[in-house]
Design a binder for this molecule. Structure first.
Ligand SMILES: Nc1nc2c(ncn2[C@@H]2O[C@H](COP(=O)(O)OP(=O)(O)OP(=O)(O)O)[C@@H](O)[C@H]2O)c(=O)[nH]1
Ligand SMILES: [Mg+2]
Length: 241
């Protein structure tokens, strides 16, 4: 899966000598330290330009791009919106959000299952170029679909959002705690599908809050528009500061 953080390279029964285990830990640590350093540069850059940066993380197909499409449609008259689209391959998500009126740059990782700060740094400069030197009021960073690795890589964002869609099931907060512990916002998506799945919204909220009591939670459907206004108002409030 990912040869950057090594997440896909451990077998369940892999045995390593103390020395190679130590080296692996050292390499991972220096990789994370370098990511953190560039993420702080990104954050400074965003702050200087008045950009609100939001990092979206979820499993593949939870509805990140669909939520962005609807958010762009609703807010493009109020804010300049930029998107950095993280995927392993294809320009598809960038094309989708551009079609709704956002500036967008596709970041293809070519195999890595998460975005890292240096690629976001490059992508942000490409976005500025696309905007003739301007900057977006709101920058959405759609991470690669994965509920594990993106939680370990700070990109310089102001707000981290974790999404879980109703069909994925109610057990995700407990199974993927880091994504919830490191996020500011939790969105339950595809709420229009609640009648067809065993998904107790109150229980899921409770479980997520037990991991992180500061989570702001939204339950919405990008398809029907249910719950969208609360999310849009939250973004408007964040921009007011
Ligand atoms: N019923 C329903 N379907 C939705 C909703 N939001 C998204 N979908 C569908 O879910 C599928 C995946 O949506 P995407 O927005 O592409 O998901 P994603 O998280 O961006 O996927 P990746 O970028 O591959 O990780 C599509 O078929 C969407 O039409 C929703 O609110 N309700
Ligand atoms: Mg997408």
């Amino acid at each position: 899966m990912c040869d950057v953080c090594g997440c896909g390279n451990h077998g369940n029964t892999m045995v390593v000598s103390d020395d190679s285990a130590r080296k692996t830990v050292e390499v991972k640590k220096s990789l994370l330290d370098e990511n953190e350093r560039v993420a702080e540069v990104n954050r400074k850059h965003f702050d200087e330009k008045g950009v609100l940066a939001i990092n979206l993380i979820s499993s593949p197909g939870s509805g990140k791009t669909t939520l962005l499409e609807k958010t762009i449609e609703a807010l493009k008259g109020e804010f300049k919106i930029g998107v950095l689209e993280g995927d392993i391959e294809t320009e598809r998500d960038a094309e989708r959000v551009r079609a709704k009126g956002a500036y967008a740059v596709q970041l293809t990782t070519g195999g890595a299952c998460h975005l890292e700060a240096p690629l976001v740094h490059k992508g942000f400069h490409a976005l500025e170029k696309q905007m003739d030197g301007g900057a977006p009021d709101i920058l959405f960073i759609e991470n690669v679909g994965n509920l594990v690795c993106p939680s370990s890589f700070y990109l310089g964002e102001h707000v981290r959002v974790v999404l879980v869609s109703v069909p994925e099931g109610p057990d995700k907060p407990a199974k993927y705690p880091k994504a919830f512990k490191t996020s500011d916002v939790f969105i339950i998506t595809k709420a229009d599908l609640l009648p067809y799945f065993d998904f107790d919204v109150e229980k899921v909220k409770e479980e997520a809050l037990s991991l992180n009591p500061n989570l702001r939670i939204f339950v919405l459907s990008a398809k029907t528009g249910e719950g969208m206004e609360e999310w849009l108002n939250y973004l408007r409030e964040l921009k007011k500061g």
